[in-house]
Design a protein around this ligand. Structure first.
Ligand code: HEM
Length: 197
């Protein structure tokens, strides 16, 4: 959000319009918060938690597009490349939730990152529904009440998370600097009300 202030503002405008200032979003607001749903999808696409999913061993000979995958082979899915395939996601480097929206609704003809970012086949992540619902709620509640600002580097350039990623089975960062401030006095009251502070 600190890198894409226009996305942040658009999501905040939608939440303000649909939820109003007196309460936090809840799951009854889900269908109305189409742009926030698209932010969740784009978040899972742009920097997937498991860019190479989990390696699997093939238990019997298999064939893919005429190529033999012999029993015992280890298959490592390149989720990162699939989620940045320009044929499915034009300008893939751009964080652009609008790619998932058509005529004010989620565009089901665009491949959902939720079918990719949680692994594949029988061992697909069983936590995917919990995770995507939690992400929706965390993103909606945070953006409704707080502004996320960039912290500029020594040369005045914004922080680029990709430059701070380091390898591992999941995507790791050595730091993710940003500043988070309440959007208004009313928003600060809401935060206190819901966190008992
Ligand atoms: C954004 C959050 C999450 C992401 C991106 C994620 C991603 C993944 C991926 C890529 C796999 C490997 C699937 C495969 O083998 O192809 C996996 C497996 C698994 N995940 Fe998640 N996960 C998330 C959250 C969770 C949560 C919240 C839970 C539990 C409540 C969970 C439980 C599991 C379990 C138990 C497996 C192993 C499944 C098996 O091997 O049969 N995950 N997850």
């Amino acid at each position: 959000m600190s890198l894409f202030p226009d996305v942040q503002r658009k999501a905040q405008d939608e939440i303000s319009r649909q939820v109003g200032p007196d309460t936090l979003p809840d799951f009854d607001d889900y269908d109305k918060l189409v742009y926030v749903q698209a932010v969740v999808l784009e978040t899972m696409r742009w920097l997937p938690v498991a860019p190479l999913a989990i390696p699997h061993r093939v238990t019997r000979d298999d064939e893919y597009r005429g190529m033999l995958i012999p029993e015992g082979s280890t298959v490592i899915p390149n989720t990162w490349a699939i989620l940045r395939n320009p044929e499915d996601y034009p300008e893939p480097e751009r964080f652009n939730p609008d790619r998932f929206i058509k005529d004010g609704c989620l565009d089901t003809s665009v491949r959902s990152p939720l079918t990719l970012a949680f692994g594949y086949g029988r061992r697909t992540c069983p936590g995917r529904w919990l995770s995507s619902a939690s992400l929706f709620m965390i993103i909606a509640s945070t953006l409704h009440t707080m502004d996320i600002h960039p912290i500029l580097g020594p040369n005045g350039e914004p922080f680029d998370p990709e430059k701070h990623a380091f390898p591992g089975i999941k995507l790791n960062f050595d730091k993710l600097p940003c500043a988070v401030t309440p959007r208004s006095t009313k928003a600060a009251e809401l935060i206190r009300k819901y966190t008992n502070n």
